[in-house]
Design a protein around this ligand. Structure first.
Ligand code: 6GU
Length: 246
């Protein structure tokens, strides 16, 4: 069975396959055509009972922006969940969520069905969030106009991990954040080179031309460690609340 994504949004066009949206290209499109994944975007606006089709309203207590109302969100989630027998893991995309990391992506990639709720405006009425009790996920410490681009990021990261999604010569095990460190740490990727051997007077590192696969692997690991120390020392510190790796 393909993993199923349901996206609840007021901008379902962003998830279109025709004309192609961001996920209808490259690896996610190939995975979809191969039957590894399916996704369905549902317009929350289709579920509003408001006579003007409104999905939002002004915040109690005043302040800028609009708040997405409980009723259309709740009814949309209930209707979408009933479209398939499999239980959906509910995910709300919000800057207040837990950070999306590769371990979380790996966990999500094992789920049969994910329901992604993309909020807009100043947010969603807290009462419907509490009633849905979703996992709340953020893609970083910055603010997007809506959860849709975050949902697309999450979907891309999950889809490329599905067995068969990457072709020969593509491997998720070599990516940045793969646990290749000597203590199983997740490291940044090593640098890569292709032809020509000399470009603008700059040579490819000699070792990569040596044909010695053992030494090449050791060099790449050392490059990964060096980059990680320089750019992301936090990745080598070990997970918080756990002893650092030996
Ligand atoms: Cl998940 N949503 C929005 N609106 N902004 C974000 C985000 C999510 N993650 C980082 N910024």
């Amino acid at each position: 069975m393909p993993i199923r994504f349901d996206i609840l949004t007021t901008f379902p066009e962003m998830f279109a396959t025709e004309p192609p949206g961001a996920l209808a290209l490259s690896i996610p499109d190939r995975a979809r055509r191969a039957g590894l994944v399916e996704w369905h975007a549902t317009n929350i606006r289709d579920f509003t009972t408001d006579k003007h089709q409104k999905t939002d309203d002004r915040p109690f207590g005043g302040g800028p922006g609009m708040v997405m109302s409980c009723q259309p969100v709740w009814d949309a989630v209930c209707a979408v969940e009933a479209m398939d027998d499999r239980p959906a893991t509910r995910v709300l995309l919000t800057p207040q969520g837990v950070p999306l990391t590769q371990p979380l992506v790996e966990e999500l990639a094992t789920m049969p069905r994910l329901l992604l709720l993309a909020g807009h405006y100043e947010g969603i009425d807290e009462r419907v969030i509490r009633k849905l009790d979703p996992m709340e996920v953020s893609i970083g410490d910055f603010v997007l106009s809506g959860g849709e681009l975050a949902a697309i990021v999450l979907m891309d990261a999950v889809i490329r991990l599905l067995p068969g999604a990457l072709g020969d010569g593509e491997s998720a095990g070599q990516d940045s954040f793969s646990p290749i460190g000597p203590g199983g740490q997740r490291l940044l990727d090593c640098p890569h080179y292709t032809r020509p051997r000399v470009w603008e007077g700059e040579e490819v590192p000699e070792i990569l031309l040596s044909g010695d696969h053992g030494r090449i692997a050791a060099w790449r690991l050392e490059q990964s460690l060096q980059r990680t120390r320089e750019r992301r020392p936090d990745l080598l510190a070990g997970p918080p609340d756990q002893p650092p790796p030996a």
